[in-house]
Design a protein around this ligand. Structure first.
Ligand code: HEC
Length: 185
């Protein structure tokens, strides 16, 4: 009788732990929603700023709004939500070792002909749930600031703000980087 009780208690403990860890597929689903929110909000701000004052005006938007939107979603969810890339404009967005591996994996899949709009990876790493989704480069508006030939005024403004900018030279369809999420478990 005593043994049965202990077994039952252990089973309960295991199931509570599994619940706290969450179902990875459910966490990935929540991550997708957060990425959509981030991308939607940033793209809205970006397009509005370009409309109001051209791409030079919108550089400030990316510099200020991208980290602000990321911070507000991170705070709301209790996660770390950010953007990263192998060719950085802002060093604050530098990938860690796991993110670097995933970015390289995305590039490899792109080179093999896979569609970047569908690329995502999720994994539990050192007790954290981690999720990344590739960000393809769209002809509009991305190339105005990340393309092979950016307008001279944009070039001037980017050189002044980001003297170490590596995030130019992209073509439409290239992988610009990725959204990255870490959820504590
Ligand atoms: C008006 C210029 C402009 C346009 C248009 C633009 N970006 Fe950027 N992008 C920037 C700036 C400026 C930064 C650096 C932001 C910062 O300081 O965190 C940046 C950073 C990024 C980063 C973070 C990694 C890094 O290099 O620091 C990604 C990813 C990115 N852009 C993707 C895109 C995509 C995809 C598009 C098209 C939907 C796009 N950008 C359009 C100016 C632009």
């Amino acid at each position: 009788m005593k043994l049965a009780y202990i077994i039952a208690a252990t089973a309960l403990l295991v199931s509570v732990n599994a619940e706290a860890a969450g179902d990875p597929a459910a966490r990935a689903g929540e991550s997708r929603v957060a990425v959509k929110e981030f991308f939607g909000a940033l793209k809205g701000e970006l397009v509005a700023a370009i409309k109001a004052g051209g791409p030079v005006n919108a550089i400030k938007t990316c510099n200020i709004e991208a980290p602000a939107i990321a911070a507000s979603i991170s705070e709301k969810k209790g996660w770390r939500v950010a953007r990263t890339s192998l060719k950085l404009r802002n060093q604050n967005n530098a990938p860690d070792a796991w993110e670097t591996r995933v970015l390289e994996y995305f590039d490899k899949r792109k080179a093999a002909g896979d569609d970047p709009t569908k690329m995502e990876v999720y994994q539990v790493v050192d007790g954290e749930f981690r999720y990344m989704k590739a960000i393809p480069t769209a002809a509009k508006p991305c190339l105005a600031c990340h393309g092979e030939k950016v307008p001279p005024k944009v070039e001037e403004a980017l050189n002044a703000m980001y003297p170490d900018d590596k995030a130019r030279g992209y073509k439409a369809g290239d992988i610009r980087g990725a959204f990255t999420i870490s959820q504590p478990m």
